[in-house]
Every structure is written in C-alpha cells, then in structure tokens.
Design a binder for this molecule. Structure first.
Ligand code: XMP
Length: 486
C-alpha cells in the first residue's frame, strides 16, 4: 500500500458507500452466507470474541443457533474449557450420541450437582458406572429440590426403564419427532435389545432444529463451535482436549500474531493435529497476512488495537487503522484464505464496510457483551437504578487475575503478573438477549446489501471488492458530522 493510497489512515467512520439501484422484492430474503475458512461456511458472518466477558458456552450455542459462531475463551483450565465445548456440541442435534449418565447408586445431591455442572435437565440412569445399560431416567421434574432428601438414591425418584418409552437406534428424526409429540414426551432414549444406550433425542432439540434452518452445524447436525488456544505453555495439551470435546476450529489467538512464536505454535499444532481448522491472529498488515498464509493458517484474524477494551495503541503506538488493515490484508492475499475483521465495530454499518473491504467474517466483542448470554453477573447500580455487565480486554489486570485463579503453574502466574496491561475493563449497559442483537445485525446487513443493489452479501462483496473506489466515498469532517452526529 503506497502513501497515496485511498485507504491510508482510514477506518470505519471514514467511508459511506454510493447507493445502487435496488433489485430485491424483500430484504429479508437476502442471503448472508460467507466463509469462516475455505471448508466452513456460516449463514451469518458474525463471530463472538474469545473473551471471558463475551463467549462461554451459552454465547457459543446462541451464536451457532443463529448462523454465526462463538469462540470459547481460554482464560480457564483445560478441563473447564473442554467441558464448555462439549456442552455446545451436545446441545443441538437430533441425536445426542453420548448422553450423560449417572449410576443407579448415585444420590440426589450428586444428581443435582451433575445437572448443574453439565447444564442438563434430564439424566439417564445406568446399572453401574460406565455400563451403558439403561435402568431409568431422572427428569428435571423428578429431582426433588427439598434438601432433606439429598442423600436419597436416584433410584427412588427415577422413572424405571420398563415404564419408559424408548426406541431403537437409527430411528429417523421425523419418526422420533412424531413419537415425542404424540406421546407428549420430553426425551426419547435410544437403546438396543440389551438396553444398551445408543443415544437420546429430546423434544427441545427437535424444536430448535426445525426452527433454525440457518444454524451453523457440522455434518452430524451438531452445532459448530470454535475454541481459543494460546501459543505458549499448555496449548498442545489444550488443543488435544478441545478437539476431543468436539471443537470445530481452533483459534490461535495472540496479541502479536506476526511473530516467530506464532510460527512455531502453528507448526507444532499442525504436526500433532494435521488437518485441524486453524484461525490465526492477530495481524494488521499485508506482510502479516502473507506470513499467516505461508505458515498454513486456514483463516486470518485482522486487528491490532481497534477493540473497545484495548489499550495497545495507547500504550505502545503499534497498530493500523482497521479498514486500512483489512484492505491491506485483502490486497495481499485476496480470497485465497478468508479474513476475519476483529475489533472496533461500533455500529452495524461498520460490519458491512469490513465485509466489502475484504473481510469474510467479523468478530465482535463489546457489541455482544452486556447480554444474558455473555459470562458474568448483572450488576445493579443502586444510585442510578441501571443494570450493567462487565466487559474487559483480555489483558486488562482484572481478566489476567481472573484467568490465574485456575492456574497452578507458578511460572505462568509470574509471567502474567509481570506483563504490563494492554487492556481495560468497562461497565456495559445490560442489553437483554444477544438473539435480539443478532436479529438487528442480520436485518441491517441485509439492508446494506439491498442499498448496494445486490441480492446476496456474496454478490455485493464481489462487486465492491473488485472496484472499491467506484463505490466508496471518502468522508470529509463535515460529511462525517452530517452522517453520524445525532
Ligand atoms: P471489540 O471492539 O469488538 O473488540 O470489543 C474485540 C476484540 O478486542 C481484542 N482484545 C484486546 N485487544 N488488549 C487488546 O489490545 C486486550 O486486552 C484485548 N482483549 C481483547 C480481541 O481481538 C477481541 O476480539
């Protein structure tokens, strides 16, 4: 990119695009499909950030249900992160292949803890630990919440197998749905003639599958989920556990991705898990994008310092204005591997600009924070009577300390405490469910595509990407005021 470039120093508030003749009857039919990697497609090109105030299992599940993707953060133990991945993978498919079971001699206290920990409402009961032979089902309604009976055995409260309706493995989703609805059942265990458990179908999953044709799913019908790993310490062990739990894509996420640390991490992960889908970042230059492509990333995360919780540019002066960075990356590697624009999205128009300047997907942190699905408690301010949730950069002192609670590695703790912060914590207004935010974003991108005179995001992207100076208008200070001051 030369010093006269149209893009130099430019970011989201520096452009509008020239409206084109609209050609759609209804904006709501506009298709927004895009690529996370060359082999993973998303119907909604939105990805939730791998931050501890943005993406845990609730957020990841909701993102995938709505056609996007959630990337579960890594500021926790390997076991906990793997459990969160497994929760998402288990939550949405016609058949839960390895339903969670408790043995018949478990107590009600154990069942309550088990249900809480795994976020489930019904537990299959087996003859003995690991036998896989069904003896009953303990549904949420069967579990007494009276604490006096905590030491009673689950066998006293479960529905025994001879009173349960079960089906054979291999039943079709439609047949299972008919049985669940006709017999008003919540769950249908799949067992063979020896009562060996082969799966579980739930009414809730069938409902959601039918209602969400755009959900992001793997070939078995399970929701897609991403998982963050680092490039130091336990990342290989973490990768193994996350892939085992079903992660569809690993995000090697470090602040300065254009580095030898990234190079050796990618090489080591590839050596051990050859065909894993790897999204790598962050970089902010054409050279960084070329580097990522050369070392074998399947997608590249672009963004150094634009994020709402970031202090990198303030503290180090390193960074590239975000639209310039996206365009530089695109001009260098084109569509050979997809680019994810990460950070700095303040309004929905920024998402469309990122997409038509070179990104295939857009990662959002603060825009999705403060919601029910984001981890963390709602804080009620007694003075203003307003509700808030915390949003914090992952290198903020608060996030660093939070992540260390689960670490037993003294060197890691010392190193983290010794690294000056490049992030900050912010109180976000509480926003309700992220579903409403995703609905709004989808509608706004569809409207942008319509103004761009196309019937799909892919077509709008292709048209504008090939000749951006024809379609984009660079704004003056006064036109910026006219456009955005309200
Ligand atoms: P937004 O603007 O969507 O940005 O809230 C989310 C992205 O910010 C990045 N991130 C950080 N960057 N210091 C940084 O410089 C941090 O502590 C930090 N934490 C998150 C990250 O790329 C995220 O997706």
């Amino acid at each position: 990119m030369n010093e006269k470039s149209f893009w130099l120093g430019k970011t989201f508030d520096d452009f509008l695009f020239r409206p084109q003749k609209g050609i759609t009857e209804s904006r709501r039919n506009i298709n927004l499909a895009s690529k996370l990697t060359n082999s993973i497609k998303l119907e909604l090109p939105i990805v939730s950030s791998n931050m501890d105030s943005v993406t845990g299992s609730d957020m990841a599940r909701t993102m995938a249900m709505d056609g996007g993707l959630g990337v579960v953060h890594r500021a926790m133990s390997i076991e906990r992160q793997a459990r969160k991945i497994a929760e998402v993978k288990r939550s949405q498919s016609a058949v839960i292949e390895n339903p969670l079971c408790l043995p018949i001699d478990a107590t009600i206290r154990q069942a309550k803890n088990f249900a809480n920990k795994n976020n489930i409402t019904g537990i299959l009961i087996e003859t003995e630990p690991g036998s896989g032979i069904l003896v009953g089902l303990l549904s949420g309604r069967d579990i007494p919440w009276n604490n006096n009976v905590n030491e009673d055995l689950v066998s006293q409260y479960m529905t025994p197998v001879d009173k349960l309706i079960t089906e054979k493995p291999g039943i079709s989703t439609d047949e299972a749905a008919a049985i669940l609805f006709d017999k008003r059942l919540e769950r249908l265990p799949l067992v063979d003639a020896e009562r060996r458990i082969h799966g579980l179908i739930t009414r809730k999953d069938i409902f959601s599958l039918r209602e969400r044709p755009d959900a992001s799913k793997d070939e078995k019908g399970h929701l897609l989920v991403g998982a963050a790993i680092g490039a130091h310490g336990d990342y290989l062990e973490r990768s193994a556990a996350l892939l085992d739990a079903g992660a569809d894509s690993l995000f090697i996420d470090i602040a300065h991705g254009h580095s030898s640390v990234m190079e050796s991490a990618v090489s080591n992960v590839r050596k051990q898990f050859n065909d894993v889908s790897l999204v790598c970042g962050n970089i902010a230059t054409g050279e960084g994008a070329q580097f990522m492509k050369d070392i074998g990333a399947d997608a590249i995360k672009v963004g150094v310092g634009p994020g709402r919780g970031c202090r990198t540019r303030l503290e180090t002066a390193a960074g590239v204005p975000q639209l310039q960075a996206i365009r530089e990356a695109y001009e260098t590697i084109g569509d050979s591997i997809p680019i994810m624009a990460d950070g700095g999205i303040k309004t929905d128009k920024d998402i469309f600009l990122a997409l038509i300047c070179g990104a295939s997907t857009v990662m959002l942190g603060s825009a999705l924070s403060g919601t029910d699905e984001a981890p963390g408690q709602i804080i009620e301010d007694p003075v203003t009577n307003t509700k808030k949730k915390i949003y914090r950069g992952m290198t903020s002192p608060q996030a660093v300390l939070g992540s260390l609670y689960e670490s037993e590695n003294g060197d890691e703790i010392d190193a983290a405490l010794d690294t000056p912060s490049e992030g900050q914590e912010i109180q976000m207004p509480y926003k309700g469910s992220v579903v409403d935010i995703l609905h709004r974003i989808r509608g706004h991108i569809q409207s942008s595509v319509s103004y761009a005179g196309e019937i799909s995001l892919a077509a709008a992207r292709e048209k504008i990407l090939s000749d951006p100076e024809r379609y984009l208008i660079s704004l003056s200070e006064s036109s910026r005021r006219e456009s955005f001051d309200r």
